[in-house]
Each structure stands twice: as structure tokens, then as C-alpha cells.
Design a protein around this ligand. Structure first.
Ligand code: C2E
Ligand code: MG
Ligand code: MG
Ligand code: MG
Length: 281
């Protein structure tokens, strides 16, 4: 992962800046400035249940930088290393809760859930649950519509502290799901210690369904595991009908992917998916 990020970040750097430290400082300054200028924008990808009904959306961050749309794959790892993930993550949560509060007043969007990616670095911040409570309070967002997506890095360290923090946030009405399930460090023995509502099947498994003989049983096993643990199963990266049919037959709760809908800028998402087109039309 570090290797890929290094390569991707390279294009932000002035080639004349030789040493890593000054390149990092320059990227950090650009990100701080971008944050202040509102260059970090929320995109939303729709999620559908197995009958094809819209049930929610996932927030995906984009950096609108000098007319270019930069993918989070290119800046999240750096944001984590530099600590910028805290203000960046706060921005994402605030804007997400503002959206939920807006949706609450719209007949079509009011019943949708909104999933927000949260970094383990945010979960380690002792002020995180208080910050979340403050945002819910300020925005009057319906907490039970918000789901925070964590990755399996929650298994890696300080499980006690992270679990405790998850419980504090769960007590506010917010749900949790485990993202990219099966790709990281999972310990099944600990899975039920976290207050989880859903598992997300990583798109690498979904992609291989129908092409790699070994993948279908893995997806089936994840769905069965989720059911046993009374968790919802969300599949990501659904790109064709074969994948969708397989997941529907297998009993997946909901899914997202380019077949069903690409991530759209928040205002466009609201325009497309709300019958009324709340205020943005
Ligand atoms: P993720 O949470 O697993 O998000 C799913 C990724 O799959 C997104 O990439 C999405 O655009 C992409 N995707 C959706 N449908 C399809 C499909 O059918 N085919 C393919 N090939 N890809 C699809 P994206 O937007 O580039 O985000 C990458 C990762 O960056 C996310 O993975 C998430 O881990 C992270 N990320 C995004 N936004 C945030 C954020 O606000 N905070 C944090 N901490 N991480 C974020
Ligand atoms: Mg996610
Ligand atoms: Mg995911
Ligand atoms: Mg993923």
C-alpha cells in the first residue's frame, strides 16, 4: 500500500524538490489549503437492496484540485500519516450529517442510510465520540441513518479502546459496518466483540465471482457468516449482471457498484435520487 501511495503522490510534487521532507511539507500545505477552500468534496454512491430498491448511499471523498478530481486512494494514507485525517474526517462527518438533515425533509431521501468511511486514526482520537455527538447536535441529523465504516485495522491494536469508543458512538444511535471484509487482518474470534451492524464484502471478491472458481465459495461463506452473526451483508464493486444475480441468489442484503450507480457529487446525487430534487434543482 505504501508503495502505491508513494507513486501516486509523486505527481503532486515539484520535481525540483528533492528531499522527501519538503515534498511532504508541500503536500500537507496543499491539503490544508484545500480543506480551507472547500476543495474536499463529498460524492455519494447509491446502494440498493436485492429487489433493486434504493436503500442508502456511501460517501466517497474527492479532492477537487486545480480542475482535477483526485481519488482518496491518492491522499487518505498521507492524511493518516500527517494527522490531517482528523480535520479532514471531521469535515466529511459534518457535511454527511448536514446531508442527512436535508434528506430528512425529503419524502424519497428521508428513509436512506448514509455510510461514511472512518479511519482507525479517528477512532483512536479520545475526542472522537464527543466530536460526533457535537455534530449530531449541531446538524440535527437522524443518528440512526448514519453508519460508520471501519476497516479490519480495528483488529490490529488497542481493541479494548476501540471497542469502548464504538460502544459510546453506538449509544448515540449510530451504526457500524466492517469495510473491505476479508482483505485485512481479521480475527473471526473477535468479530462479535464489536457492535457491528453490517459486513461489506470487498470488491476484489465480487470481481472474481464468475471468473475465479475459488471466489464464489468465499463470498457464500462471508454471507453465511454474516447471517449467523445477524449482520447485514453489503457487497461493493458490482459491475455486471452475473455478479448481481449471484449476490441476490446468495442472500446479500444490499449492494453498490458501477452497474447500479456511480458515485456522484452530493448535489447531483440528491437531484437524481430525490423525486422532489430538494433545493438543488
Ligand atoms: P471503499 O470504502 O471500499 O469504497 C469503495 C470504492 O470502490 C470507492 O473508491 C468507489 O468509488 C469504488 N467503486 C464503487 N463501485 C465500484 C465498481 O463497480 N467497480 C470498481 N472498480 N470500483 C467501484 P474510491 O472512491 O476511490 O475510494 C477508495 C477508498 O478510499 C474507499 O474504499 C475508502 O476506504 C477510502 N475513502 C473514501 N472516502 C473516504 C473518507 O471520507 N474517509 C476515509 N477515511 N476514507 C475514505
Ligand atoms: Mg467504504
Ligand atoms: Mg469498501
Ligand atoms: Mg474496498
Amino acid at each position: 500500500r505504501a508503495k502505491a501511495d508513494g507513486r501516486n503522490l509523486a505527481r503532486f510534487f515539484d520535481p525540483s524538490m528533492q528531499d522527501a521532507a519538503s515534498r511532504r511539507a508541500s503536500l500537507e500545505a496543499a491539503m490544508r489549503e484545500g480543506l480551507a477552500l472547500g476543495q474536499f468534496q463529498l460524492f455519494c454512491q447509491p446502494q440498493f437492496d436485492c429487489r433493486g430498491r434504493l436503500v442508502g448511499a456511501e460517501v466517497l471523498l474527492r479532492w477537487q484540485r486545480d480542475g482535477e478530481l483526485v481519488s482518496p486512494a491518492h491522499f487518505i494514507a498521507f492524511a493518516e500519516e500527517s494527522g490531517l485525517i482528523l480535520p479532514l474526517g471531521e469535515h466529511v462527518l459534518k457535511e454527511s450529517c448536514r446531508a442527512l438533515a436535508r434528506w430528512h425533509r425529503d419524502p424519497t431521501l428521508a428513509r436512506l442510510k448514509l455510510a461514511v468511511n472512518v479511519s482507525i486514526h479517528q477512532m483512536r482520537d479520545p475526542d472522537f465520540s464527543g466530536m460526533v455527538a457535537g455534530i449530531l447536535d449541531d446538524t440535527a441529523a437522524p443518528a440512526e441513518r448514519l453508519c460508520l465504516e471501519l476497516t479490519e485495522s480495528v483488529f490490529a491494536e488497542n481493541m479494548e479502546e476501540i471497542t469502548q469508543r464504538m460502544h459510546e458512538i453506538r449509544a448515540q444511535g449510530i451504526y457500524f459496518s466492517l469495510d473491505d471484509f476479508g482483505t485485512g487482518y481479521s480475527s473471526l474470534a473477535y468479530l462479535n466483540r464489536f457492535p457491528l451492524a453490517a459486513l461489506k464484502i470487498d470488491r476484489s471478491f465480487v470481481r472474481e465471482v464468475g471468473t475465479q472458481p475459488g471466489s464464489a465459495p468465499i463470498v457464500e461463506a462471508i454471507i453465511a457468516l454474516g447471517r449467523k452473526l445477524k449482520l447485514e451483508i453489503v457487497a461493493e464493486g458490482v459491475e455486471n449482471e452475473d455478479q448481481r444475480n449471484f449476490l441476490v441468489r446468495g442472500g446479500c442484503s444490499s449492494m453498490q457498484g458501477f452497474l447500479l450507480g456511480a458515485p456522484l457529487p452530493m448535489a447531483e446525487f440528491e437531484h437524481v435520487y430525490s423525486a422532489a430534487g430538494i433545493g438543488h434543482a
